[in-house]
Design a protein around this ligand. Structure first.
Ligand SMILES: NC(=O)C1=CN([C@@H]2O[C@H](COP(=O)(O)OP(=O)(O)OC[C@H]3O[C@@H](n4cnc5c(N)ncnc54)[C@H](OP(=O)(O)O)[C@@H]3O)[C@@H](O)[C@H]2O)C=CC1
Ligand SMILES: CC(C)(CO)C(=O)C(=O)O
Length: 308
């Protein structure tokens, strides 16, 4: 998948032989990264609810991946983080973030870094309040990965990409650590560019696939005009927020997805789970309102989805 924002150097520094990484929420993306980091030789502590923690301690994490193959990785797991770690990946849904943060006492990250991989833009405020602004590295992930049962992960996309918004190289070489696990990781100097490039791309994908219950292949063919109009809206908001996002590039990215790909919001809808509507569509509407940008199509889709 082509990236949109210009990279900085930073992915090539040596990785500490064995880092200790906590994963708060070992689900679709957290479980995949936990397993890959463990397989790469790092110490991984998953922080999860009781049943999931018990299952992970007993069975490890089983990954089925077209990109990385099928493998099982041993991880530690607990309901509460009890010791300092080099890095804490935050990989819960936005709807579970406040409750999940009770499991990670902030002082345990005094020397480490927090890497949130949630979709959306507004969770960073919550995390900065909890851990302190200097501990949190904004980031986004591009992948399609599903937790089909506790500790069982189906990684469906032929890619796993992470963009880190880092102005100054953190003490822990985060990019090299993630690269060592197999993630195609880039360091980009601009937080807005990283977060809004993802949201401008994700919001049309998530809202349309969820609204119509169709995978991206059907949306980009049968509902092309709607998709293009919505991308015009999201890129206008993104540009107003200071992120130079271009509609043509986003449409090309949709076209490169395997046709059966679904958004995580769509998978949540299918499973009857709460949707991250506020984190994705709500954040978009609020930003459009702040900048006086009309986005009627996004508003209509949000109203449809809220009324489901
Ligand atoms: N899945 C994907 O392909 C992609 C997802 N994203 C984003 O990544 C984020 C995570 O999504 P995803 O991995 O799909 O989510 P999942 O629902 O698969 O995983 C979330 C995990 O959080 C755990 N969890 C929920 N509440 C708590 C809590 N209070 N304490 C501890 N753990 C908790 C769940 O536990 P349990 O297992 O016990 O239910 C689950 O393991 C979202 O913001 C999503 O939008 C971004 C790109 C792609
Ligand atoms: C669109 C996709 C699959 C890209 O990673 C995503 O971020 C999501 O569905 O949450």
């Amino acid at each position: 998948m082509p990236h949109t924002a210009p990279p900085l150097s930073g992915g090539s520094r040596p990785v500490p032989p064995r880092s200790t990484v906590a994963v708060l929420g070992p689900g679709g993306i957290g479980g995949l990264l936990a397993a890959l980091l463990s397989r790469a030789g790092h110490r991984v502590i998953c922080v999860a609810a009781e049943e999931t923690a018990r299952t992970l301690r007993r069975d490890g994490i089983r990954v089925h991946s077209a990109q990385f193959g099928d493998f099982t990785a041993a991880v530690e797991a607990d309901m509460l983080l009890r010791e300092p770690v080099d890095l804490c990946l935050v990989t819960v849904k936005q709807t579970a973030l406040d409750a999940a943060l009770d499991r990670v006492p902030p002082h345990l990250l005094d020397e480490g870094y927090v890497l949130p991989l949630l979709n959306g833009v507004e969770h960073l405020d919550t995390l900065r309040k909890h851990f302190g602004a200097e501990r949190v590295t904004p980031a986004v992930i591009r992948v399609e990965s599903t937790r089909t049962a506790p500790g069982v992960i189906e990684h469906g996309s032929p890619f796993l990409e992470i963009d880190l918004a880092v102005r100054h190289e953190p003490h822990v070489p985060l990019a090299a650590l993630l690269t060592s696990a197999g993630a195609d990781t880039r360091v980009v100097p601009d937080e807005n560019a990283v977060l809004w490039a993802k949201l401008a791309f994700l919001a049309p994908f998530a809202l349309l696939t969820t609204r119509y219950g169709l995978p991206i292949g059907d949306i980009r063919s049968a509902r092309r005009a709607e998709l293009e109009a919505l991308v015009e809206e999201t890129t206008a908001v993104s540009r107003a927020c200071g992120a130079p996002t271009d509609a043509t590039g986003i449409l090309a990215r949709y076209d490169a997805f395997p046709p059966g790909s679904k958004s995580s919001m769509q998978r949540d809808a299918e499973a009857g789970r709460p949707l991250e509507l506020d984190a994705i569509g709500g954040a978009l509407l609020r930003a459009a309102d702040r900048h006086g940008i009309p986005i009627p199509l996004a508003e209509r889709l949000m109203a449809d989805l809220e009324g489901r």
